[in-house]
Design a protein around this ligand. Sequence first.
Ligand code: UGA
Length: 434
Amino acid sequence: MKISVIGTGYVGLVTGTCLAETGNEVICVDIDEQKVQRMRKGEVPIYEPHLDILFERNIKAGRLKFSTSLSEGLDHGEIIFLALPTPENGDGAADLSYVLGVAEEIGNLITDYKVIVDKSTVPVGTADKVKKVIAESAKCEFDVVSNPEFLREGFAVDDFLKPERIIIGSSSEKATELMKKLYKPFVRSGNPIIVMDERSAELTKYAANSFLAAKITFMNEIANYCEKVGADVDQVRKGMGTDSRIGKRFLFPGIGYGGSCFPKDVKALQKAGREKGYDFKMLDAIIKVNKNQKTILLPKIREYFNNDLKGKTFALWGLSFKPETDDIREAPSLAIIDHLLIEGAKINAYDPEAMTNVERLLGNKINFGSSMYDVLQDADALIICTEWSIFRTPDFRRIKDRLINNVIFDGRNVYDLQDVEKEGISYFSIGRKD
Ligand code: UGA
């Protein structure tokens, strides 16, 4: 099939590339000329495992092309994916100006039937708005479909190629059939394509992300309480997670959720609720608890150093909001760094992928090391903010040799308590015995 993807951010790029992988002819459109030039040469503008291999393969095969011309994209595709940014505006709502701006141009430019697909996370009612804007100037038939994306950063290619479900919000049979045809190769395993109305599809995305944020946040509160009563959250998590009604996943406590999705979507749903006179009390609590959770290690650090962090140096492992990404949006590491700097501490940080992004943001306010062991040299303590695999089985001897105090503050419960204890290292983690 002929597909166009408007917007080559994270979702657009993964969507375009994976759709080319199943034999579709895809054109990805972006207004950023330099980015388009780079992509034409095979350069992947984001860090996402395995995307580079698919990217190169499909460009070489001529199935994946790039353009700065919206009209070229609209001429080419029978299905047009909108994968445009929907940033949080000043008051927590989703800013739809990019989506509606492109919708207006689509209305002016299309000359034959198109299915326009909202792929970005957009508030309930957006498909109707897009429809209305296009209809104002369109001279041909078209349909608008909501098809929310459930990709996780770091696993995006796998999630796209083997989705647990596809959600299609559509009130047109013709559009639904085309979408089903497009996604058929991805659900051969028998996973469902669930068709519903546009508004329900739009809400499904917010509800899923907010629920997952709630699940994590609940476990974070249980972890905090475990510390008060001498219970071990790892045991509690296992005990709870084996109940299939609860499930094992997304029960890992830590220093809070971050990234470009959960924080934005929880706030947007809360805001959208208020606009309709509905007060999501649970969402308020999630936002509040998560904000506090990001700095939950600080009281432990302060206590260890007798409330005097001035002049202390901290080695910090992990800057990205989670492993396998260079994304630092809403990363808990940034909240910790902020506080430590205010209290006069110095930071030597290491992250396998995210250092460039943090340097861009913080300049020389913190130091960066070339390896995880490098940053430990003469540091007073080690803080772990992200559970990158490389941190999982460290050489504890090298840690002890370099640190001034044998102490680790771990925001992601990376190690077994006994393993660290055996090494004679003081270990503070989340919801477990210190
Ligand atoms: C999330 C959803 O998982 C995807 O389904 C969705 O498509 C995506 O948002 C989106 O809306 O685009 P993502 O933000 O990439 O994906 O990351 P997750 O793997 O879900 O992790 C989010 C945050 O929760 C991370 O900060 C992670 O460290 C934290 N987390 C996750 C925990 O603290 N505990 C857990 O048990 C799981």
